[in-house]
Design a protein around this ligand. Structure first.
Ligand code: TRH
Length: 385
């Protein structure tokens, strides 16, 4: 019998909780051949990421059994036998009845808490530590994704690099046509812009349209588009899904299934990404990238942003590292940000070749710590021996 895993995911907002859990579940099922059940509380979000998902309590997609859950679901019924491994994603909490069943099992499942991704130094010291349940004879292990040895690494499918490296001019042209556009002119700078609607987009668009480099900005359908339309004084998306002024052409592109999201990054020179999953995908894409971090209370996210900037800046020439920090701070509206997004962009763009070389080295460095799904499977295999 293949080892069985339950992954529990609550969708907080946006797409990343579902995006990360889906990517993990799919890889454990397809590459590790585990029996995987993904319990998710908001199917419509998953359906945006995978078009085969339908609104039903139970379905199998890409060999993952997807079950819709809320606390009322009685998971102890016979057709939901406990698995060997339970992954609780992002502190979502497990149904009380399920935890009780775990505690009373002759051999309780191995319980892991998959934590949010952070570059903060304390992560490696907490990774794989057990935490006792306050009331029941159970313990839950912290499992942290990360960028350094001693963490769980980052999600990466085994064929990702081969697919990335095989994605050439023809595939890029096909991506643009599938998105409803002609391939950009050879000399144009192409930028993917996936960010929260709070991003200071106007300043960036202004810099691009008044700049000397023809710039094509691909913005996926979503809340950020309103800021782009406002900048152009457009009431709605034009029929040709283009907004053009000066040196800037904004192209509206569809929100594509997650399996094709990488193609957006691979079809552009620079990537503005956000949250957790697209942030990781831009790093695997070896692109210069700008991260719009998910906002948190009391600006805790600024600490996370700077922790990553410090790590990422290792080995990067000082002028390029400074330009990178200024643009990331401006984009994330960090208090005391030195320069506006527009002028920060000009400095950043002047170091694009250096940043591209650094992005290639960084992806190779990350690959050295192994993929998250593989590290997780290895940890569980060792614990279940
Ligand atoms: O959508 P997000 O902002 O999700 C966030 C983060 O996960 C954050 O950590 C979490 O705390 C918060 O949700 C609740 O950003 P993220 O993580 O990049 O997830 C976006 C997903 O959407 C990612 O899997 C890529 C996918 N995507 C597509 O599949 N197709 C698309 O066209 C686009 C633009 C994105």
């Amino acid at each position: 019998m293949p080892e069985r895993w339950d992954i529990f995911c609550r969708v907080v907002d946006n797409f990343g909780d579902a995006g990360v859990c889906w990517r993990l579940a799919r890889q454990l099922a397809l590459e590790h051949r585990f029996g995987v059940r993904l319990w998710i509380d908001h199917l419509p979000t998953l359906a945006r990421l995978h078009p085969d998902v339908v609104d039903t309590p139970r379905q199998t997609i890409d060999e993952v059994e997807v079950l819709s859950w809320d606390d009322a679901v009685d998971l102890r019924s016979g057709d939901h036998p406990l698995p060997q491994v339970v992954v609780e994603a992002f502190g979502c909490g497990l149904p009380e009845a399920y935890v009780e069943a775990m505690a009373h099992a002759s051999r309780p499942p191995l319980w892991l808490g998959l934590e949010y991704l952070s570059a903060e130094p304390w992560v490696a010291t907490h990774h794989r530590l057990p935490s006792p349940h306050p009331r029941l004879p159970l313990e839950r292990y912290y499992f942290f994704p990360g960028f350094v040895e001693g963490t769980g690494g980052l999600l990466r499918e085994s064929d990702l690099f081969a697919r990335r490296d095989a994605f050439g001019p023809q595939q890029r042209a096909a991506f643009w046509r599938a998105a409803g556009h002609e391939p950009p002119e050879p000399g144009a700078l192409t930028v993917a812009v996936f960010a929260y609607e709070t991003a200071p987009l106007a300043g960036l668009l202004q810099a691009w349209e008044t700049g000397t480099v023809d710039t094509v900005a691909a913005i996926p359908e979503g809340k950020l588009l309103a800021a782009a339309l406002a900048h152009f004084g457009a009431a709605e998306i034009p029929a040709n899904r283009l907004l053009h002024r000066g040196a800037l052409e904004v192209r509206v592109v569809p929100f594509v299934p997650q399996a094709r999201f990488d193609e957006l990054l691979w079809s552009c020179d620079v990537a503005f990404v956000r949250g957790e999953d697209s942030f990781v995908r831009a790093q695997w894409a070896q692109r210069p990238f700008i991260w719009h971090i998910y906002p948190q209370e009391e600006q805790a996210h600024w600490r996370k942003l700077d922790a990553f900037l410090e790590l990422y800046g290792e080995g990067l020439a000082a002028p390029a590292a400074t330009a990178l920090q200024h643009l990331w701070h401006a984009w994330n509206q960090v208090e005391g940000a030195r320069v506006s997004p527009g002028s920060a962009w000009a400095a950043y763009a002047s170091h694009r070749a250096t940043l591209r070389e650094h992005a290639i080295r960084w992806a190779a460095r990350l690959a050295g710590i192994g993929g998250l799904a593989d590290n997780l499977a290895r940890f569980c295999r060792d614990k279940l021996k």
